[in-house]
Design a protein around this ligand. Structure first.
Ligand code: 13P
Length: 334
């Protein structure tokens, strides 16, 4: 394992004042988002939309890495230039989502397990040839009376460890993404308990499998109340509880921690990130790896005016800049 190379990639990704942009929605997730806005689901429309994201002028000031999906990493601009070379020329690292989605965890109703380990090393070798330097694997957990079960938490942690080991052997930085879903009426305290229990198991398992912790990134959900909860979590509470949980369960030597936006309102995700970074100094770099919170407004604008690429790109830049400021604790709500 080339530890030096892994650490170098991590430091580029976590460089101040930047964060990561996730544009790795699977074809079906992307189509669902398109359909909601009346956009026809076609490979060409997905390509045009992703081209807009990849070619946003100036985005490299705020974004260190883009996470792509299998379809996207193979796509080109209308002039025939690969998306990967567009990004590389801007000094942006290319990432790739490598899990193959989730399926029911049969021992326990309501839990999900993530698939995609079969043939992973070969897929990574191909992605590496295409320019990828980091990868992402996501597991999801629902908070309810019965879920997530201990068995499911452990099973996903075992899979994370295998995935991370395969990535690191290939010189690819693994992003490990355990997402506690925001769906439901749970309290912030319940979210704290489930996130703590999960991160505890994930890191014990990664360490037991000798994963090189400085050469990986944790992508986590924030500790926050559910979206059907009667009590919304103020940013200070989200920040306090999230940081408390991360300080207790994430090793100090980890390369970095990034947040997903997970269905929070765009500005809420930015304010919450800002509040967490107001807690500095922290033992690890902490930034964003948002999908929806950066893309939402641009996608809506493009849906309304598909020929006005420039307005959509400006909206991407504004959202990326706001989160870059939040990453430094310097974001001010207008
Ligand atoms: P969201 O920020 O939209 O949650 O997407 C981030 C991501 O990569 C989810 O896997």
């Amino acid at each position: 394992m080339n530890k030096e190379k892994l650490v170098e990639t991590v430091s580029r990704l976590m460089a101040i004042p930047k964060g990561i942009l996730a544009i790795d929605e699977s074809t079906s997730t992307c189509n669902t988002r398109f359909e909601k806005l009346g956009i026809i689901s076609s490979e060409e429309n997905r390509r045009v939309y992703r081209e807009l994201l990849v070619t946003t002028p100036g985005i490299e000031q705020y974004i260190s890495g883009y996470i792509l999906y299998d379809e996207t990493i193979r796509q080109k601009t209308k002039e025939g230039k690969s998306f990967t070379s567009v990004l590389q020329e801007k000094g942006i690292d290319v990432g790739i989502k490598v899990d193959m989605g989730t399926k029911d965890f049969s021992p326990h109703l309501g839990d999900k397990i993530t698939e995609g380990l079969v043939g992973l090393a070969e897929r990574l070798q191909e992605y590496k040839e295409m320019g990828a330097t980091f990868a992402k694997w996501r597991a999801i957990y629902t908070i309810s009376k019965e879920t997530p079960s201990e068995a499911c938490v452990q099973a996903n942690a075992d899979i994370f460890a295998e995935y991370a080991q395969i990535c690191q052997n290939e010189g690819i930085v693994p992003i490990v993404e355990p997402e506690i879903l925001i769906d439901g009426d749970h309290t912030i305290e319940q979210c704290f308990d489930v996130t703590s229990r999960n991160l505890d198991v994930v890191f014990k398992t990664l360490k037991a499998k000798n994963i090189f912790i400085p050469g990986m990134i944790l992508k986590t959900s924030m500790v926050i109340s559910g979206n059907e909860s009667l009590k919304l979590s103020p940013a200070n509470d989200v920040a306090k509880m999230t940081i408390k949980c991360l300080l207790k369960y994430v090793p100090k030597e980890i390369g970095g921690i990034v947040f997903l936006s997970g269905g929070q309102e765009d500005d809420e995700a930015t304010r919450n990130l800002n509040a967490t970074n107001a807690h500095s100094p922290l033992p690890w770099p902490l930034t964003f790896s948002y999908g929806r919170a950066i893309q939402n407004k641009a996608l809506m604008s493009w849906a309304k005016n598909p020929f006005d690429i420039s307005t959509a790109q400006k909206l991407i830049l504004v959202a990326a800049k706001a989160n870059s400021l939040a990453r430094m604790g310097e974001y001010k709500t207008t």
